[in-house]
Design a binder for this molecule. Structure first.
Ligand code: SAM
Length: 194
């Protein structure tokens, strides 16, 4: 199973019709397509990318699949989730997906960067509903990828976020899927954020 399929399998366990979701790295729109299908006509997906090419290609692709009405596109860095997302939706997002790195078939020099990725991750975590999750795929094989991966690991540890980590294979450079939960729950129902 490819790592993107593993991510979708995890999302499939929790996403329901009517849910709200964010795709923090729209790319060619495949993750957004998956999310839009899962949330149905009563749900919504908010999708971010810094490349016009990604927004144009995905708008076309989702249009062909009759899903464009379920998606709001932002030509914006994901570190601006807070500025872009309607304020009343904070705390109501079921899932935020990150598929880091570069646009397949696009300019390989335009990649996600640790500073903005970490900022986006913190904002994404604040947006989540109590039972929400972040799905994040980090690539260790390209230049800058390992450093970004290590920074993400550091942040998760520092924030005490519950996490499930699945490498794509045993190869040291394989991509890694992180499934990050909202907060630890103690036996008394208390959380690490409370
Ligand atoms: N989810 C995509 C799909 O289903 O096709 C694949 C995403 S691709 C691996 C990574 C994307 O992240 C690229 O399209 C790139 O332009 C975008 N990206 C890079 N830096 C970004 C940033 N700071 N904010 C939002 N998107 C960014």
């Amino acid at each position: 199973m490819r790592i993107t399929e593993k991510a979708h399998a995890e999302l499939d366990k929790i996403l329901q019709r009517g849910d709200l979701a964010i795709d923090a790295t729209l790319g060619n729109g495949y993750d957004t397509q998956f999310l839009a299908q899962k949330v149905g006509t009563s749900g919504h997906v908010f999708a971010f990318d810094i490349q016009k090419e990604s927004i144009e290609q995905s708008t076309r692709f989702l249009g062909e699949n009759k899903l464009e009405n379920r998606v709001t596109f932002y030509l914006s860095c994901h570190s601006k989730i807070k500025q872009n997302l309607p304020i009343e939706l904070a705390g109501k997002i079921k899932t935020v997906t990150f598929n880091l790195g570069y646009l397949p078939g696009g300019d390989k020099k335009i990649i996600t960067k640790p500073d903005t990725t970490l900022s986006a991750l913190k904002q994404a975590h604040l947006c989540l509903s109590d039972n929400g999750i972040i799905s994040l795929i980090s690539y260790r094989g390209h230049e800058g990828g390992r450093c970004e991966f290590e920074e993400i690991e550091k942040l998760i540890k520092q924030e005490h976020w519950p996490v499930q980590k699945t490498p794509g294979s045993e190869a040291p450079d394989s991509p890694v899927l992180f499934i990050i939960g909202k907060a630890y729950r103690g036996a008394d129902g208390s959380t690490s954020n409370s």
